[in-house]
Design a protein around this ligand. Structure first.
Ligand code: HEM
Length: 138
Protein backbone atom coordinates (compact mmCIF):
# COMPACT_ATOMS: atom_id res chain seq x y z
CA UNK A 1 0.00 0.00 0.00
CA UNK A 2 1.33 3.48 -0.78
CA UNK A 3 2.30 5.72 2.11
CA UNK A 4 -0.15 8.46 1.24
CA UNK A 5 -3.14 6.12 1.45
CA UNK A 6 -1.91 4.75 4.78
CA UNK A 7 -1.46 8.27 6.12
CA UNK A 8 -4.90 9.46 4.99
CA UNK A 9 -6.47 6.36 6.55
CA UNK A 10 -4.60 6.72 9.84
CA UNK A 11 -5.51 10.39 10.23
CA UNK A 12 -9.15 9.70 9.48
CA UNK A 13 -9.18 6.78 11.92
CA UNK A 14 -7.89 9.11 14.60
CA UNK A 15 -10.64 11.68 13.89
CA UNK A 16 -13.29 8.95 13.94
CA UNK A 17 -11.94 7.56 17.19
CA UNK A 18 -12.23 11.02 18.75
CA UNK A 19 -15.97 10.43 18.54
CA UNK A 20 -16.79 7.96 21.34
CA UNK A 21 -19.87 6.86 19.38
CA UNK A 22 -17.97 5.80 16.26
CA UNK A 23 -18.02 2.03 16.75
CA UNK A 24 -21.54 2.08 18.22
CA UNK A 25 -22.70 3.87 15.09
CA UNK A 26 -20.93 1.24 12.99
CA UNK A 27 -22.38 -1.79 14.83
CA UNK A 28 -25.89 -0.26 14.92
CA UNK A 29 -25.71 0.23 11.18
CA UNK A 30 -24.17 -3.17 10.43
CA UNK A 31 -26.69 -5.06 12.60
CA UNK A 32 -29.56 -3.20 10.96
CA UNK A 33 -28.26 -4.03 7.47
CA UNK A 34 -29.54 -7.64 7.51
CA UNK A 35 -31.34 -10.00 9.91
CA UNK A 36 -28.52 -12.48 9.21
CA UNK A 37 -25.97 -10.07 10.67
CA UNK A 38 -28.14 -9.39 13.69
CA UNK A 39 -28.47 -13.13 14.31
CA UNK A 40 -24.68 -13.65 14.23
CA UNK A 41 -24.16 -11.06 16.97
CA UNK A 42 -27.03 -12.15 19.22
CA UNK A 43 -24.77 -13.15 22.12
CA UNK A 44 -21.92 -10.73 21.60
CA UNK A 45 -20.28 -8.69 24.34
CA UNK A 46 -20.02 -5.40 22.45
CA UNK A 47 -17.65 -3.77 24.91
CA UNK A 48 -15.08 -6.44 24.05
CA UNK A 49 -16.10 -6.58 20.39
CA UNK A 50 -15.48 -2.85 19.89
CA UNK A 51 -12.03 -3.11 21.46
CA UNK A 52 -11.21 -6.05 19.18
CA UNK A 53 -12.44 -4.24 16.08
CA UNK A 54 -10.37 -1.17 16.96
CA UNK A 55 -7.32 -3.42 17.38
CA UNK A 56 -8.01 -5.10 14.04
CA UNK A 57 -7.89 -1.74 12.22
CA UNK A 58 -4.30 -1.48 13.43
CA UNK A 59 -3.55 -5.09 12.46
CA UNK A 60 -4.80 -4.36 8.94
CA UNK A 61 -2.56 -1.29 8.92
CA UNK A 62 0.44 -3.42 9.87
CA UNK A 63 -0.42 -6.04 7.25
CA UNK A 64 -0.68 -3.39 4.55
CA UNK A 65 2.76 -2.02 5.46
CA UNK A 66 4.39 -5.45 5.33
CA UNK A 67 3.43 -7.14 2.07
CA UNK A 68 6.20 -9.77 2.38
CA UNK A 69 5.63 -10.94 5.96
CA UNK A 70 2.09 -10.61 4.77
CA UNK A 71 -1.40 -10.65 6.15
CA UNK A 72 -1.02 -14.13 7.65
CA UNK A 73 1.21 -12.87 10.45
CA UNK A 74 -1.24 -10.18 11.54
CA UNK A 75 -4.60 -11.46 10.36
CA UNK A 76 -4.24 -15.25 10.47
CA UNK A 77 -6.21 -15.62 13.68
CA UNK A 78 -8.96 -13.30 12.47
CA UNK A 79 -9.25 -15.22 9.19
CA UNK A 80 -9.60 -18.58 10.95
CA UNK A 81 -12.14 -17.14 13.39
CA UNK A 82 -14.39 -15.86 10.57
CA UNK A 83 -13.99 -18.91 8.31
CA UNK A 84 -16.15 -22.00 7.84
CA UNK A 85 -13.93 -23.68 10.45
CA UNK A 86 -15.24 -21.44 13.21
CA UNK A 87 -17.87 -18.65 13.04
CA UNK A 88 -18.72 -19.19 9.35
CA UNK A 89 -19.96 -15.59 9.20
CA UNK A 90 -21.23 -15.70 5.60
CA UNK A 91 -18.99 -14.49 2.78
CA UNK A 92 -21.88 -12.49 1.27
CA UNK A 93 -21.98 -10.22 4.34
CA UNK A 94 -18.63 -8.54 3.69
CA UNK A 95 -20.18 -5.95 1.33
CA UNK A 96 -22.61 -4.93 4.08
CA UNK A 97 -19.72 -4.73 6.54
CA UNK A 98 -17.77 -2.37 4.29
CA UNK A 99 -20.80 -0.24 3.35
CA UNK A 100 -21.77 0.13 7.03
CA UNK A 101 -18.22 1.13 7.92
CA UNK A 102 -17.89 3.70 5.13
CA UNK A 103 -21.22 5.28 6.07
CA UNK A 104 -20.10 5.48 9.71
CA UNK A 105 -16.79 7.08 8.75
CA UNK A 106 -18.70 9.61 6.66
CA UNK A 107 -20.82 10.46 9.67
CA UNK A 108 -17.97 10.65 12.21
CA UNK A 109 -15.03 12.16 10.31
CA UNK A 110 -15.54 15.94 10.10
CA UNK A 111 -12.86 16.08 7.36
CA UNK A 112 -14.40 13.36 5.23
CA UNK A 113 -13.68 13.58 1.49
CA UNK A 114 -13.78 11.16 -1.44
CA UNK A 115 -10.05 10.64 -0.93
CA UNK A 116 -10.70 9.59 2.68
CA UNK A 117 -13.37 7.15 1.49
CA UNK A 118 -10.98 5.61 -1.05
CA UNK A 119 -8.28 5.24 1.61
CA UNK A 120 -10.64 3.31 3.93
CA UNK A 121 -11.84 1.21 1.00
CA UNK A 122 -8.28 0.33 -0.03
CA UNK A 123 -7.11 -0.41 3.51
CA UNK A 124 -10.12 -2.50 4.50
CA UNK A 125 -9.80 -4.26 1.14
CA UNK A 126 -6.50 -5.73 2.39
CA UNK A 127 -8.32 -7.30 5.36
CA UNK A 128 -11.44 -8.35 3.49
CA UNK A 129 -9.53 -9.94 0.58
CA UNK A 130 -7.39 -11.93 3.00
CA UNK A 131 -10.31 -13.08 5.18
CA UNK A 132 -12.24 -14.14 2.08
CA UNK A 133 -9.23 -15.95 0.58
CA UNK A 134 -9.10 -18.04 3.77
CA UNK A 135 -12.86 -18.41 4.16
CA UNK A 136 -13.15 -22.03 2.99
CA UNK A 137 -9.74 -23.44 3.83
CA UNK A 138 -8.47 -21.97 7.03
C1 HEM B 1 -12.58 -7.25 7.35
C2 HEM B 1 -13.77 -7.32 7.95
C3 HEM B 1 -13.94 -7.72 9.40
C4 HEM B 1 -13.14 -7.42 10.47
C5 HEM B 1 -11.86 -6.59 10.50
C6 HEM B 1 -13.74 -8.05 11.63
C7 HEM B 1 -13.25 -8.00 12.92
C8 HEM B 1 -13.64 -8.83 13.93
C9 HEM B 1 -12.92 -9.03 15.18
C10 HEM B 1 -11.63 -8.31 15.57
C11 HEM B 1 -13.59 -9.96 15.89
C12 HEM B 1 -13.20 -10.55 17.25
C13 HEM B 1 -12.43 -11.83 17.01
C14 HEM B 1 -12.12 -12.62 18.26
O1 HEM B 1 -13.04 -12.89 19.05
O2 HEM B 1 -10.96 -12.98 18.45
C15 HEM B 1 -14.74 -10.34 15.12
C16 HEM B 1 -15.68 -11.24 15.53
C17 HEM B 1 -16.85 -11.48 14.85
N1 HEM B 1 -17.16 -11.04 13.59
FE1 HEM B 1 -16.00 -9.90 12.42
N2 HEM B 1 -14.89 -8.70 11.25
C18 HEM B 1 -15.04 -8.51 9.89
C19 HEM B 1 -16.07 -8.97 9.12
C20 HEM B 1 -17.18 -9.60 9.61
C21 HEM B 1 -18.36 -9.91 8.86
C22 HEM B 1 -18.61 -9.58 7.38
C23 HEM B 1 -19.21 -10.52 9.67
C24 HEM B 1 -20.59 -11.01 9.28
C25 HEM B 1 -21.62 -11.08 10.08
C26 HEM B 1 -18.56 -10.64 10.97
C27 HEM B 1 -19.09 -11.25 12.10
C28 HEM B 1 -18.41 -11.48 13.27
C29 HEM B 1 -18.95 -12.25 14.39
C30 HEM B 1 -20.31 -12.93 14.44
C31 HEM B 1 -17.95 -12.25 15.38
C32 HEM B 1 -18.01 -12.95 16.76
C33 HEM B 1 -18.71 -12.08 17.75
C34 HEM B 1 -18.77 -12.76 19.11
O3 HEM B 1 -17.71 -13.20 19.61
O4 HEM B 1 -19.88 -12.85 19.65
N3 HEM B 1 -17.34 -10.06 10.90
N4 HEM B 1 -14.74 -9.65 13.94
Amino acid sequence: MDEKTIQIFEQSLRRCDANPEFLDIFYDRFLASSPKVKERFAKTDFHRQKRLLRASFYLILLASEDPDGGPERYLGHLATRHSTKDLDVGAELYDLWLDSLLESVKECDPEYTEEVEHAWEAMMGVGIDFLLSRYHHS
